[in-house]
Design a binder for this molecule. Structure first.
Ligand code: ADP
Ligand code: MG
Length: 272
């Protein structure tokens, strides 16, 4: 058995030094290469903290985080990130915002200079995939919130990351758009497996149906300080159609997850 792509071992993270907020404690999980996992839990339990630990934006106070067999000691370059609030630079066009990660990561910067036209074509293909064909020349402030979130997703995908970290990326979207983008992500995951370069996806969401529709496994976190209290395996075959959401089995899993989180919410937090 190969080593997991992402491994978090017995991690604590306290913000603000001694006496500060213990966000996660005794947090452990492993994600295999090519897996699609979701993380759910009560609000404020440490989900975003978990994402920042894996991407190297936060360092643990105790325990170990590793990605692709390397201990995480600085921001990880094989990762694409899309966070809840799209942070597009207002003075750059949508297209130039999407190309931004290529300018930041050293090994892409050289390629970007040499193959700029190819990358622009790729960005335009991504824009079309998320329903934003022809919007590349617009500035972020000319796009609606939902459109900015779609563009944000393109930015996470432009450098074809091996690991995609999505922190509530569909939060502000209407129900139909959200389902559309679920299918975009589902297909992206599926297609990558077919090409032999499987993308691994970690999705934080408060939408339990989203988690069950998309993920192979779902980690449920306790209230703060967060740790994993349950791991659920989703039994549905791939490819999955949206129809699966109207089956009793699907609703049964959503129901179980809801009960676990409701229970976690009312449990008193451990002494901090
Ligand atoms: N930079 C920070 N400084 C201090 N406390 C923080 C910081 N970021 C998050 N927290 C606190 O850590 C806890 C977990 O936060 P977070 O990981 O954002 O939770 P979630 O994403 O599950 O809602 C919360 O109590 C939050 O207020
Ligand atoms: Mg969060």
């Amino acid at each position: 058995m190969s080593r997991p792509l992402v491994s978090i071992e017995n991690v604590d993270l306290r913000y603000g030094g001694e006496g500060g907020t213990l966000a996660v404690s005794g947090l452990s999980l492993a994600v295999e290469k090519g897996e699609f996992v979701a993380v759910v839990g009560p609000s404020g339990c440490g989900k975003s903290t978990l994402m920042k630990l894996v991407t190297g934006l936060n360092m643990p106070s105790a325990g170990q985080v590793s990605v692709a067999d390397e201990p995480v000691t600085k921001p990880v370059s094989i990762v694409g990130m899309a966070f809840q609030n799209p942070t597009m630079l207002p003075w750059r066009t949508t297209l130039d915002n999407i190309l931004l990660p290529l300018e930041i990561v050293e090994r892409h910067r050289v390629r970007l200079r040499a193959f700029k036209a190819d990358y622009i074509a790729k960005a335009e293909t991504l824009l079309a995939t998320v329903g934003l064909k022809g919007f590349g020349a617009k500035f972020p402030w000319q796009l609606s919130g939902g459109m900015q979130q779609r563009a944000n997703l393109c930015r996470a995908l432009i450098h074809e990351p091996e690991l995609l970290m999505l922190d509530e990326p569909f939060g502000a979207l209407d129900a139909f758009t959200r389902e559309e983008l679920w299918c975009v992500i589902r297909d992206l995951h599926q297609d990558s497996a077919a090409t032999g370069h499987p993308v691994t996806i970690v999705l934080v969401t408060h939408d339990l149906r989203e988690a069950v529709f998309l993920a192979d496994r779902i980690f449920v976190m306790s209230a703060r300080p967060g740790r994993i209290i349950e791991t659920k395996t989703v039994p549905f075959q791939r490819p999955r159609a949206l129809d699966v959401m109207y089956t009793p089995e699907f609703n049964g899993i959503v129901h179980d997850l809801r009960a676990l989180i409701a229970e976690a919410r009312v449990q008193p937090a451990e002494a901090v």
